[in-house]
Design a protein around this ligand. Structure first.
Ligand SMILES: [Ca+2]
Ligand SMILES: [Ca+2]
Length: 218
């Protein structure tokens, strides 16, 4: 048991490295469920693309949940894919297609479509759709999801930063007769991008002196 506890602490430790200031978050979404663990792209890679898992609208009396998961696709500075991250998810619906910035560009902001609390007698769905913004074009990509709710205010990473991970607020399964909502809210993690604020000159080209001075120290 002790070994398991130590192992759990060791696994939990990396998430302690993040501060609340590292995340962007728009206020106003519903807040059912629990925040999942932060999942980040591998060091030196950033999110260029995203995809939603959405349960399509049921026709009739079935319980709708709409967005069940958000997946970020990570790329390194060489443009190579380095995996994907989701934080917490629910299992209803299906993945609905990838929305991607241009090669060499990264996501840096988001806007969530959220249905307010409908009360105990009406079916709730919480998050319904997501827009994410590309750094170099400043334009957004919209994964349309379902129709309910309205767009919250967008939030953006600071200058020179891009989205590199996320944590999601997901309501657990409410059982056969419960009103499920699945994904309610999201916070995106921002990391310094490997190029300057204009997004054109790679920092790697100007940081060579720093790297070689480190070599001297070793
Ligand atoms: Ca309800
Ligand atoms: Ca529902």
């Amino acid at each position: 048991m002790l070994l398991l506890a130590v192992l759990a602490l060791a696994l939990a430790a990396p998430s302690l490295a993040y501060s609340p200031d590292d995340f962007i978050h728009s206020l106003g979404a519903t807040f059912l469920g629990f925040w999942g663990a932060t999942e980040a792209c591998p060091v030196g890679s950033y999110a260029r693309a995203f995809e939603l898992k959405v349960e399509k609208q049921h026709w009739g009396v079935d319980d709708d949940t709409s967005v069940n998961a958000i997946r970020l696709y990570c790329y390194n500075a060489a443009g190579e894919p380095t995996g994907n991250v989701t934080s917490s998810t629910m299992n209803r619906g299906s993945w609905t297609g990838v929305y991607s910035c241009d090669e060499g560009d990264y996501l840096y902001g988001y806007n969530l479509k959220s249905q307010p609390d409908q009360g105990s007698l009406t079916d709730d769905t919480a998050a319904n759709a997501l827009r994410m913004y590309c750094r170099q074009t400043s334009d957004y990509l919209e994964s349309p999801g379902n129709k309910w709710g309205s767009w919250l205010e967008p939030s953006f990473c600071r200058s020179g930063m891009g989205v590199c991970g996320l944590m999601t607020l997901v309501e657990e399964d409410q059982g056969t007769f419960g009103d499920d909502t699945a994904l309610n809210d999201v916070r995106f993690l921002c990391c310094d991008l490997p190029y300057n604020q204009e997004g054109r000159t790679r920092m790697a080209q100007v940081s060579i002196p720093a790297a070689s001075s480190e070599d001297h120290l070793q």
